[in-house]
Design a protein around this ligand. Sequence first.
Ligand code: HEM
Ligand code: HEM
Length: 180
Amino acid sequence: MGNTDRQFGPVARALHWWSALLVIGAIALIEAKGWFEKGSDTRALLGLLHMQAGALILLLTVPRIVWRFTQPLPPITPAPPPWQDGLAHLMHFVFYAALIALPVSGVLMKQAHGDAVVLLGMSLPALIAPDPGLREYLHELHELLGNAMIALIVAHVAAAVVHHRVQRDDTLTRMLPGKG
Ligand code: HEM
Ligand code: HEM
C-alpha cells in the first residue's frame, strides 16, 4: 500500500490519478458549460457536475496531503540537480494549495450568491451570508486560481515528459503501476 524506495505505492498513485482525472474533468465541464444557452438544463447540469467533481477533489486532497507527509518519497534515479528538486517541491506545494483553495472558493462563491450548495447529495451548512461584493471577489479569485491550475498542469505535464524523454530518469515510471 505504501511507497517503496523505487515507486509511489498504490494509495499515492490512486490518489494522484483520480485527482488528475477529476481536475481535468472539472475544467472540461465548466468549459463545456459555456457552449450552452443561459438558462438551459444542460448548462445547469454541467455546472452541477463541475461542483460535484470539485467537491470530490477536496475530499481526496485532504487524505492525500496526510499520506504525503507520512510516507517516504521514492527518490528519482538518476538524481536530478538540486535546483530541479527545489522547483518540483515548490510546484507541488502550489498544487496542493490550489487543490484546497479552488473547491473552498467555489463553495463560498455560491453561498455568497445566496445559493444552497448541495454536494454529493448533502446540503452544506451556510458558512457565509449572501454578499454581492464578496461574491464578485470570490468569483475573480476562483477564476484566477482556475487559470493558474491550467498553467500548472501544462508545466507539470511538460516536466514529466522532459524527465522521461530528455533526462531519461524514473520520475514518471515511479508514478505508474508495475515497477515494483
Ligand atoms: C479543484 C476544483 C475546481 C477547479 C479546478 C475549478 C475550476 C474552475 C474554472 C477553471 C472555472 C471557470 C472560470 C472562468 O474562467 O470563468 C470555474 C468556474 C466555476 N466554478 Fe469551479 N473549480 C473547482 C471547484 C469548484 C467547486 C467545489 C464549486 C462549487 C461548489 C465551483 C463552482 C464554480 C462556479 C459556480 C463557476 C462558474 C462561475 C461563473 O459564474 O462564471 N468550482 N471553476
Ligand atoms: C491534471 C492534474 C494533475 C494534478 C493536480 C497533479 C498533481 C500532482 C502533485 C501535487 C504531485 C506531487 C506529489 C508529491 O507530493 O510528491 C504530482 C506528482 C507527479 N505527477 Fe501529477 N498531477 C496532475 C496530472 C499529471 C499528469 C497528466 C501526469 C503525467 C504526464 C503527471 C505526472 C506526475 C509525476 C510523474 C509525478 C511525480 C513527480 C515527482 O515525484 O517529482 N501528473 N502530481
